[in-house]
Design a protein around this ligand. Structure first.
Ligand SMILES: Nc1ncnc2c1ncn2[C@@H]1O[C@H](COP(=O)(O)OP(=O)(O)OP(=O)(O)O)[C@@H](O)[C@H]1O
Length: 581
């Protein structure tokens, strides 16, 4: 948990200031019973009003001082814990942003959200608790013990007998409950995941009448969370009463022996009351320590989970120097050199891409077609360096992808992903998301190329129309066209359309491709599609089958040499001809 060091360094002065005021508060608490004992034994017992007034005034003044210390400490502890949590959340967010795709795949989305929210809150609660009770409790506890011993050494033996039993119970409580709190957080990840999946697929769930099935999945995870939380709390609820029982046995013993002392005249009532007060304070302090340990156990589990993300080192490097490969041909835009790749998590480890070898020339449009799960999107993800090939290399503009600075790479290559992802905000903001500096004219031009300008202008607020989260108030085709405009406005050298026009009709699809060819002359384009009509007029078409290149060539060439392409054309083009006929 070394990552917490920087926050400690940043906030330790305020933390110690809070502890200073907390110690003063504890001191005030410790003085009260002693003063009360004097008021009773010297004032009340002897009907001495001036003593009562004198010590009463002192008690009032120190209580006021105690209140001032408590307020100051509160302001400091809230400030420190809030700021610490804010910094931690921010740093964790940045860390998550810098995780590579395989690392994000490994963690999973839901757990990253729980770690960023719930786990950080737990650590924050603990930090705040430290400045409220954790330090006060030992101070009051030790102080009470000293005061009690100085008041009556014999009676203090009772305290010394009870205190170790309570300390042992606290230790056992911590030891038994710790593993459960880690499990509780993991169960919370599962609940978050089922909720996240449900919300992102809500329409599909409804259409397929799978609400009760999804509810079942949620219930199962929720039950598991409830069960684990209950077990963790049950452990606390066994140790809590045991500690209480020990405290009460101590009080009874104290009153018994104290009563005997008052009877035989060796003790005063005021001292017994003060002693009882110190004993209560001591035992209360021990119980507070127990609570604090419970908080510590939870916070430790959370801090470790946050730590797992914080210490994750990037497994990809994006250097700044970019050397061109020897013998580089200026005409080449992209080159796959015998690339093989598999997702490490896959049980079978079967390669998703095997020995993929091809070149794309500048300003060329390449179509990629292939059956479902043949590796088309994976190929696009490798060009963006979301993953690195296991074997072979990818060369972009004469330079190995591994030598690119991340920002430069993503300025050169832009993608319109299969699922259009829009953000809540206006349409213009969403398009400009691709290039913050783009002028209004450039936004409109990009929308025209993506064949989106007309429908946007027809909306009541035009480019300033609001888009709901994920683009809920737009059709699939409208979302896709805005996504295309967003990619074009970046002015990339290589544009990848990954099934980006699946929701638009054939004419719009064609218009977009024609606009792209005419307007963005320097552009090299990779069009991935299941539709022959989307790629048949590309300069060359690459047929991917089971992660291997089956054939590469023009539409006319492939019709002759690729069995898969022949089949798809036969199915799709004949169907198209029939439906037109
Ligand atoms: N993040 C991932 N982790 C593990 N396996 C993955 C991951 N992404 C894709 N795969 C697997 O890789 C294979 C190829 O997937 P990919 O998405 O590249 O296919 P595709 O040709 O684009 O399919 P489609 O036409 O359906 O979009 C599939 O078997 C898929 O299950």
């Amino acid at each position: 948990m070394n990552y917490l060091h920087i926050y400690w360094k940043k906030y330790r002065i305020r933390f110690f200031m809070a502890l200073f005021f907390l110690s003063l508060e504890a001191l005030v608490d410790l003085m009260q019973p002693a003063l009360m004992s004097r008021i009773i034994d010297q004032g009340v017992a002897h009907s001495n009003l001036s003593i009562i007034e004198k010590y009463g005034l002192v008690m009032l003044l120190i209580t006021l001082f105690g209140a001032f210390c408590a307020c100051t400490r509160n302001i400091l502890s809230v400030f420190v814990s809030q700021k610490f949590a804010q910094d931690l959340r921010k740093d964790l967010y940045i860390k998550i942003q810098n995780l590579t795709q395989p690392q994000i795949d490994r963690f999973g989305h839901a757990t990253l959200i729980t770690r960023l929210t719930n786990d950080v809150t737990r650590v924050q609660t603990f930090a705040n608790g430290m400045m409220r009770i954790m330090m006060k409790a030992p101070l009051v506890g030790i102080g009470s013990l000293i005061m009690a011993i100085s008041l009556n050494p014999k009676l203090s033996l009772i305290l010394l007998g009870i205190a170790p039993i309570i300390a042992l119970l606290i230790y056992l409580n911590m030891k038994v409950s710790y593993p459960y709190f880690r499990k509780v957080q993991r169960a919370l990840d599962h609940v978050n995941r089922s909720m996240q999946e449900y919300l992102s697929g809500i329409r599909v769930v409804k259409v397929f009448n799978r609400s009760s099935y999804e509810q079942g999945r949620f219930d199962k995870n929720n039950e598991q969370l409830g069960h684990l939380s209950a077990t963790a709390s049950k452990i606390g609820s066994i140790f809590g009463p045991l500690i209480n029982l020990s405290v009460n046995i101590g009080i009874i013993a104290l009153l018994w022996f104290g009563g005997l002392g008052v009877n035989n005249g060796s003790m005063h009532v005021g001292s017994i009351i003060a002693f009882t007060n110190y004993m209560m304070q001591l035992l209360f302090a021990i119980m507070m320590v127990n609570n604090a340990f419970n908080m510590l156990v939870r916070a430790r589990a959370s801090a470790e989970r946050i730590g797992e993300v914080m210490v994750t080192k990037p497994d990809m490097y994006f250097p700044n120097e970019m050397k061109a490969e020897p013998g580089y041909n200026e005409r080449e835009a992209l080159q796959f050199n015998h690339v093989s790749f598999s997702f490490a998590e896959k049980a079978s480890h079967k390669p998703v891409l095997s020995d993929v070898h091809f070149k794309i020339y500048r300003r060329e449009t390449i179509g990629i077609i292939g059956p479902i799960a043949s590796g088309k999107s994976t190929l696009a993800n490798l060009i963006l360096r979301f993953y690195d090939p296991d074997q072979g290399s990818i060369v972009l503009g004469g330079k190995n992808l591994k030598r690119y600075n991340e920002e430069v790479l993503h300025r050169k290559v832009s993608i319109v992903p299969q699922r259009s992802l829009l953000f809540s905000g206006t349409i213009i903001e969403n398009i400009r998301w691709g290039n913050e500096k783009a002028t209004d004219e450039e936004v409109i031009e990009a929308a025209r190329i993506a064949d989106a300008d007309k429908f946007i202008q027809a909306l009541p607020d035009g480019y300033y129309s609001m888009i709901g989260q994920g683009g809920v108030n737009l059709s699939g085709g409208q979302k896709q066209r805005i996504s295309i405009a967003r990619a074009i406005i970046r002015k990339p050298e290589l544009l990848i359309l990954d099934d980006a026009t699946s929701a638009v009709d054939a004419q719009t699809d064609k218009r977009i491709r024609t606009h792209l060819k005419k307007t963005v002359q320097q552009l090299t384009c990779v069009i991935i599609s299941q539709k022959v009509s989307s790629i048949m007029d590309a300069d060359r078409i690459l047929v991917l089958n089971h992660g291997k290149i089956e054939a590469i060539g023009t539409h006319a060439e492939l019709i002759k040499k690729s069995p898969f392409y022949q089949n798809v054309c036969a199915l799709q083009l004949m169907k198209g001809a029939k439906s037109h006929g």
